[in-house]
Design a protein around this ligand. Structure first.
Ligand SMILES: *Cc1c(COP(=O)(O)O)cnc(C)c1O
Length: 377
């Protein structure tokens, strides 16, 4: 059994993917070829925003927006303590200071109440200027964007939604990657919409920001003269080959993949809800199930269960085994465990089960049965 069955997906879409790849090979337009612009248009339409600017990966996408906003030394960028490193690292790389926010244990997403506490604390210390909030749509569920936007408005801050895992999710019909002033996603192969290598994108309704991003992803070049650079940018483009692959995959995502992962999640929850803490999806929210993550009683039980599953050829993963505030790179930042109680508990108790659109009911049954037995041990 595989954790995320990318081979099953390829075989389901093989003829179309092979055809798309061949078209690119025949065109030789490997850099910013036609499929890139076509995909950007399709993605913007799907998400429901004016602009999609694709780039090299989801980390660059975050960094490009922060660069466009001029974020740097002395600026505080607030993000979740329980996420992939890039959500915080993108700020650090520009010299800004990440301020980490504890999570809500039910959703694993940034706790809006703790966000406001940390903003007030930062203002009180008077060393950093609160500039940006990066809420993360962890495991596929959109963060509490409405509450977070209210806080951003109150303190005059910008919001950058990290939708790397959230693509496809919704809050009351509004799609992930459409919240805040800008949003980003990643097309890393294991994400809800993945390509066959690295890729990423920024989404925004702001015309000026979209134009700036197009320049910054091409070294900061001027729109009038390609040999004049008006700003210092980076080189970060989505390959035409990846765009061509993503067009096929986006179609499958829209037609049935998102539906299938939601069915799979329902089947898991039905079987597991009396046995372990199953994922909580807030009312009005729909997840795109980047992960199906349960919680066990404690680290000991979690590790026993993971081992027992492994013996039955059932892969599982621990996302994430280490909080951001515990990263060695942040050892001198003065973060304290007691400010991150929920993240500390999540790190000890989470376990992600196989999840993808091609998972069959018999697999879910097998996993659930073995999980039940492992928990009883
Ligand atoms: C994967 C991921 C990223 C980074 O995406 P890459 O394409 O790997 O650079 C950023 N944030 C979150 C939450 C992610 O899961």
């Amino acid at each position: 059994m595989t954790f995320r069955d990318l081979k099953a997906q390829y075989h389901a879409l093989e003829a179309d993917i092979d055809k798309s790849i061949k078209e690119v090979l025949n065109s030789s337009a490997f850099i910013l070829g036609k499929p890139v612009q076509e995909l950007e248009k399709e993605l913007a339409d799907y998400v429901g925003v004016e602009h999609c600017v694709s780039c090299g990966n989801g980390t660059d996408a975050l960094q490009l927006v922060l660069m466009a906003w001029g974020i740097g030394k002395g600026d505080a960028v607030f993000t979740s303590d329980f996420t992939y490193f890039a959500s915080a690292g993108a700020a650090s790389v520009l010299g800004a200071s990440p301020v980490l926010v504890d999570i809500d244990l039910n959703t694993f997403n940034m706790d809006p109440a703790d966000l406001e506490r940390k903003i007030i604390k930062t203002l009180g210390e008077g060393k950093l200027v609160p500039k940006v909030i990066i809420p993360v749509d962890l495991f596929g569920q959109p963060a509490q964007h409405h509450e977070i936007q209210d806080i951003a408005d109150k303190y005059g801050m910008k919001v950058l939604e990290d939708g790397a895992q959230g693509f496809g999710g919704t809050i009351k019909g509004r799609r992930a990657c459409s919240f805040g002033d800008a949003a980003t996603t990643s097309f890393f192969p294991a994400k809800p919409l993945g390509c066959y290598g690295d890729g990423g994108a920024v989404f925004t309704n702001n015309d000026d920001l979209a134009e700036t991003l197009q320049s910054l992803r091409a070294q900061g070049r001027s729109s009038e003269d390609k040999y004049d650079n008006r700003a210092i940018g980076i080189n970060s483009r989505l390959d035409t080959l990846q765009a061509a692959i993503l067009k096929v995959k986006l179609n499958a995502f829209k037609r049935y993949e998102l539906i299938n992962v939601n069915k799979a999640a329902e089947m898991y929850t039905e079987r597991l809800k009396e046995i372990v803490k199953t994922p909580v999806v807030l009312s009005g929210h729909i997840s795109s199930w980047a992960q199906y993550t349960i919680r066990l009683e404690n680290r000991e039980q979690r590790d026993v269960v993971q081992k027992a599953l492994k013996e039955k050829d059932i892969p599982s993963m621990i996302y994430y085994p280490r909080a951001i505030h515990r990263q060695t790179a942040y050892a001198d930042f003065g973060f304290k465990d007691e400010d991150y109680k929920n993240t500390m508990e999540a790190v000890e108790t989470v376990l992600s089960l196989p999840m993808h659109p091609y998972l069959e009911e018999k697999d879910i049954e097998y996993i659930s049965q073995n999980l039940k037995e492992a928990v009883k041990k």
